[in-house]
Design a protein around this ligand. Structure first.
Ligand code: 5GP
Length: 205
């Protein structure tokens, strides 16, 4: 399916465990015009995570160097680690007319919104808190302490939900992808995103 979006940042934030990484990857797979933004982090890789594919895994020293050099369009400290979006790829992707889907935390989402108010901002949630807790426990890649930390952070992140345009409940992957597709299709049909086609149509009428 085609979406009528060009050069638009698509931000997906959610409490940890709501399933956003999988979804963001699937969105990028489903749409040719959307690429996935690979972040940099100081968090150690989890099992199966690969450098430059899942994240650019950096030492704290390297990360701070990236900040200093202006290599990141946004960055934030989340659950004790640093996370940030590489600026060059981000800018080049948008410049080429591709859209970029970003799995970033609320602080990052708010910062990107300040820079790109025309972006699309979605907040993903599970149906209830129990499901979120179960998912975090099931993942088993996090220690008990870090799970608690993530729940605490979720409480804080929920306070910024009004900064976002859409709430998406992560049900089955298929249903959730359908909801996101509907949002992207509708966003692509907004009058304000179609000034060129409108102008051309008026000129040739
Ligand atoms: P995780 O360690 O579970 O992969 O990610 C932890 C949190 O960091 C998630 O909320 C994720 O969205 C966020 N995150 C990942 N990459 C970035 C980034 O580039 N910038 C910001 N601000 N947050 C990020």
């Amino acid at each position: 399916m085609k979406i009528r979006l060009k050069g638009v940042p698509i931000v997906v934030s959610a409490p940890s465990g709501a399933g956003k990484t999988t979804l963001c990857r699937l969105i990028a797979q489903k749409y040719k015009g959307i690429s996935y933004s690979v972040s940099a982090t100081t968090r150690p890789p989890r099992r199966n995570e690969k450098n430059a594919i899942d994240y650019f895994f950096l030492s704290e020293e390297e990360f701070k160097r990236w900040i200093k050099k202006g290599n990141l369009i946004e960055w934030a400290k989340v659950h004790k680690y640093y996370y940030g979006t590489p600026k060059k790829t981000f800018e080049e992707t948008l410049k080429k007319g591709y859209n970029i889907v970003m799995d970033i935390d609320v602080q990052g989402g708010i910062n990107i919104k300040k820079l790109f108010p025309y972006g699309i901002y979605m907040f993903l949630l599970t149906k209830n808190v129990d499901i979120l807790k179960k998912r975090l426990t099931k993942r088993m890649t996090d220690t008990k302490k870090s799970i608690k930390e993530r729940i605490k952070n979720a409480r804080k992140e929920m306070q910024s939900i009004n900064e976002y345009d859409y709430i998406v409940i992560n049900d089955t992957i298929k249903k959730t992808l359908d909801t996101i597709s509907a949002i992207l299709i509708a966003e692509g049909c907004l009058i304000e995103r179609n000034s060129l086609i409108i102008k051309t149509f008026k000129k040739n009428l």
